[in-house]
Design a protein around this ligand. Structure first.
Ligand code: PEP
Ligand code: MN
Length: 348
């Protein structure tokens, strides 16, 4: 259930409600919005007469959260969650772009791509160091060395960094180098991993599983949030359907649905969503038009030589153009997508 406090509720009144809920053995989560505090009480307790809580001083109303996901639900947190990392805010008016290669391959490669995407206006550098590959014989990533190269390139070009941790044992090392930890589509229901990510205090980018429903995705977000880590970014990256032409079917409709059901930021990954270079830009534009809070785009300066996902990686000049187009679309719907940035002076 959710306890909505009055706008002028005092700290003592809030503490009193929390204490009463804890006496009833609820797991209590507090969320302080722009105008009022909301207290989420999670637990199996049935039969509690909610009037006992509703009559406490400072309480505006008590609502039952009927969705199976509670902390991820918009009922619990009516305002959008805005995740702030340094100067970047994900979930606000700005469409935040994460871009980079599928995998970090070498210092030269990641530095070159970081320079290109930063110049075009991306804020976050992506690059896998631990790669979930369908074949055990494919390139598996550079491991910790890849993370170090990603971090250094991001720092050199004024970017944040996002990278995937494939299992519990990799969380610490990824968290040491990256600003955002990615959970890949294949791991969306790795509940051990999700629980561990609930214990850290870094944002998590949770990709929708390729056969996961919207509700299952929100339940996975709930796993992370129930551990106390509320900074979850949902990512629509295409789902498996009967269609064979594209690698996946990019589910644009999931974007407004996630945003209706949840307060969490939603980004779109049309690179994995389509798997075909010339389909990435149209679906990226569609995602921005549908209200996505951000994009994740694979970019490579020599995609024909890429060690993974070259066929869906944009050339840097295509990425620049896409940023310009998405900037126009963002503006048309009252958002912003800042573009090219001043080039940092050499050595700075
Ligand atoms: C990736 O981001 O490179 C990746 C492997 O994505 P997904 O988990 O969506 O397939
Ligand atoms: Mn990839």
């Amino acid at each position: 259930m959710v306890v909505v406090m009055k706008e002028d509720a005092t700290r003592e009144q809030i503490q009193n409600v929390i204490a009463r809920l804890m006496e009833e053995n609820f797991d209590v989560h507090q969320s302080t919005g722009v105008s009022r505090t909301i207290i989420g009480a999670i637990g199996e307790k049935r039969g509690l007469d909610t009037r006992k809580i509703a009559i406490l001083d400072g309480v505006h109303e008590v609502l039952r959260i009927t969705e199976p996901y509670k902390l991820a639900s918009r009922t619990f947190h009516p305002d959008n969650t805005v995740i702030r990392i340094g100067e970047v805010a994900i979930g606000g008016d700005e469409v935040v772009v994460m871009a980079g290669p599928c995998s970090v391959e070498s210092e030269e490669q990641i530095d070159r791509i970081a320079a290109e995407v930063s110049r075009a206006g991306a804020k976050i550098l992506r690059g896998g160091a631990f790669k979930p590959r369908t074949s055990p014989y494919s390139f598996q990533g550079l491991g910790e060395e890849g993370l170090r190269l990603l971090r250094e390139a991001a720092d050199r070009h004024g970017l944040l960094a996002v990278s995937e941790g494939m299992d519990r044992s990799k969380i610490d090392v990824v968290a040491e180098y990256a600003d955002i930890l990615q959970v890949g589509a294949r791991n969306m229901q790795n509940y051990d991993l999700l629980r561990e990510l609930g214990k850290i205090r870094k944002p998590v980018l949770l990709k929708r599983g390729m056969s996961a429903t919207i509700e299952e995705t929100l339940m996975s977000a709930e796993y992370i949030m129930s551990g106390g880590n509320y900074e979850v970014i949902l990512c629509e990256r295409g789902i498996r359907t009967f269609e064979q032409y594209t690698r996946n079917t990019m589910d644009i409709s999931a974007i407004p649905v996630f945003q209706k059901l949840s307060h969490l930021p939603v980004i779109a990954d049309p690179s994995h969503g389509t798997g075909i270079r010339d389909k990435v830009a149209p679906l990226a534009r569609a995602a921005v038009a549908a209200g996505a809070n951000g994009l994740m785009i694979e970019v490579h300066h020599e995609p024909e030589c890429a060690l993974s996902d070259g066929a869906q990686s944009l050339y840097p000049e295509q990425f620049v153009r896409l940023m310009q187009e998405c900037g126009i679309i963002a503006e048309a719907i009252g958002k912003r997508l800042p573009q090219s940035r001043p080039v940092a002076a050499a050595g700075s």
